[in-house]
Design a protein. Structure first.
Ligand code: GDP
Length: 424
């Protein structure tokens, strides 16, 4: 029996979806445990290309059960739309391969609206939200002002709950932001419309997971975003509003006895980030443009150009520590093949001193990168499948990272397709 987890080590978009898609073969269950539809996991397989937002990446393997745990922000409308678009591409989605925790809280239309209203109020101080309602949703969840998915089975109780919530939420919407109030009919109607469609998928998934564990099934947990976007360990306030780290999986999945034998951290061979906030290793100008183009670094959800930079060994080592990673998948190595020499951020300068410790968020604002260069390999490596067949410079690059971050790199990805992988 194996319980493993795939997490992002950096700012997200490291290629977690691609790794889950590759590894699901070995797992009976894939479970998302935090975050919401603001994720954009890109998966390319025999069915085509998908940008998954809320759906677990195990859907493409027949016989794999996919679970949205209690820690996930479930937006019924966008989940339903995402399901339809995946079904249209020939993938079956039924309660036999997708289940939603009855304890998952529902992200409501006002959460999305509040995200936009607050970003507009912040103006140039905005956090760079994806405007999917994630921050307002988690704030409400911790105030116990959200609806649990399982309440859809109790319409009378739900109606009264909606009445209370509408009255409460309208205070903020109208008095703080001066926007139009919601009506009970509007919110309840929305819940009924999408709730009816999704009710067959909602159940006690914690019990399902406990039974699966007792039967010795293999379970894979799938994180959204990365260490540096984690609410507690990331670059506050430019984080997401949930815990993206592996340690949260036992809570957010509902399987409190989760063992996580293997914590697979995904690291990109260079750095990217979206949104606002310090990004110490950021490159600009032509150098940045070339890397962005080579890596196709545009947001899967928003299409926004991602900020790019060299691999950041300071942030990556910290990310590995936060995740307690036991194995690393280094992705997008093929993207660096055009470079004569490859920049690497080896240290930061903070208050005039060199450091390899990741600083407190406020100290990070003025941190400067120390950039060193290592030789490039200058050949196409996308067809390589064996470690020995990689050019020496590419192997040196992997081993240099491995040494700096203190964790074994067990996978080197050289393309987006399922089989474009070197397993060491
Ligand atoms: P996630 O959110 O961590 O799953 O990452 P994204 O899906 O946002 O970003 C990863 C992107 O890189 C996707 O477009 C993948 O198809 C692509 N990708 C993943 N691994 C590789 C790789 O090794 N090489 C190349 N060229 N692309 C990759």
């Amino acid at each position: 029996m194996a319980e493993s987890i795939i997490v992002g080590i950096n700012w997200g978009d490291e290629g977690k979806g691609r790794m889950v898609d590759l590894l699901t073969e070995k797992y009976d269950v894939v479970c998302r445990y935090q975050g919401g539809g603001n994720a954009g996991h890109t998966v390319i397989n025999q069915y085509g290309k998908f940008a998954l937002h809320l759906l677990p990446s195990g859907l493409f393997r027949p016989g794999t059960m996919n679970i949205l745990g209690n820690g996930v922000a479930v937006d019924l409308e966008s989940l339903w739309e995402e399901m339809q678009s995946v079904i249209e591409q020939g993938v079956d989605i039924t309660p036999e391969n997708l289940r939603i925790s009855e304890r998952a809280s529902l992200l409501l239309p006002w959460h999305r609206e509040l995200d936009s209203l607050e970003e507009a109020r912040l103006k140039d101080k905005k956090y760079g939200s994806t405007k999917q309602g994630i921050a307002p949703f988690y704030s409400d969840k911790y105030q116990k002002k959200t609806i649990l998915a399982g309440e859809l089975f109790y319409p009378e109780y739900l109606l009264n709950h909606v009445k209370d919530l509408v009255e409460w939420k309208n205070l903020t919407i109208t008095k703080v932001y001066g926007a139009e109030p919601y009506t009970v009919e509007q919110v309840y109607g929305w819940l009924m419309e999408y709730g009816e469609k999704l009710k067959p998928f909602i159940c006690n998934t914690a019990k399902y997971l406990r039974d699966a564990q007792a039967e010795g099934k293999n379970i894979l947990f799938e994180a959204q975003l990365g260490s540096l976007k984690d609410l507690d360990f990331g670059i506050c306030p430019y984080t997401t509003s949930s815990n993206a780290i592996a340690a949260y999986a036992p809570v957010g999945s509902g399987l409190t006895t989760a063992k996580m034998d293997d914590i697979i951290g995904v690291v990109k061979a260079y750095s990217t980030a979206v949104g606002e906030g310090p990004f110490t290793c950021e490159m600009f100008g032509e150098e940045a443009e070339k890397l962005r183009e080579a890596g196709g670094e545009y947001g899967a959800k928003t299409g926004r150009p991602r900020r790019v930079g060299p691999i950041d060994l300071v942030a990556t080592r910290y990310g590995v520590q936060c995740q307690a990673a036991t194995n690393i998948a280094l992705t997008k190595m093929d993207v660096l093949s055009y470079m004569d020499e490859i920049p690497v951020c080896t240290k930061y300068i903070v208050d005039g001193e060199e450091t390899d410790e990741f600083p407190f968020p406020v100290a990070l604002i003025d941190a400067k990168p120390v950039i060193e260069y290592v030789p490039g390999w200058k050949v196409d490596i996308s067809g390589v499948r064996n470690w020995e067949d990689l050019p020496q410079e590419a192997r040196d690059y992997v081993e240099m990272i491995e040494k700096a971050i203190g964790c074994r790199i067990g996978y080197v990805s050289v393309g987006p397709e399922r089989d474009s992988i070197i397993i060491r």
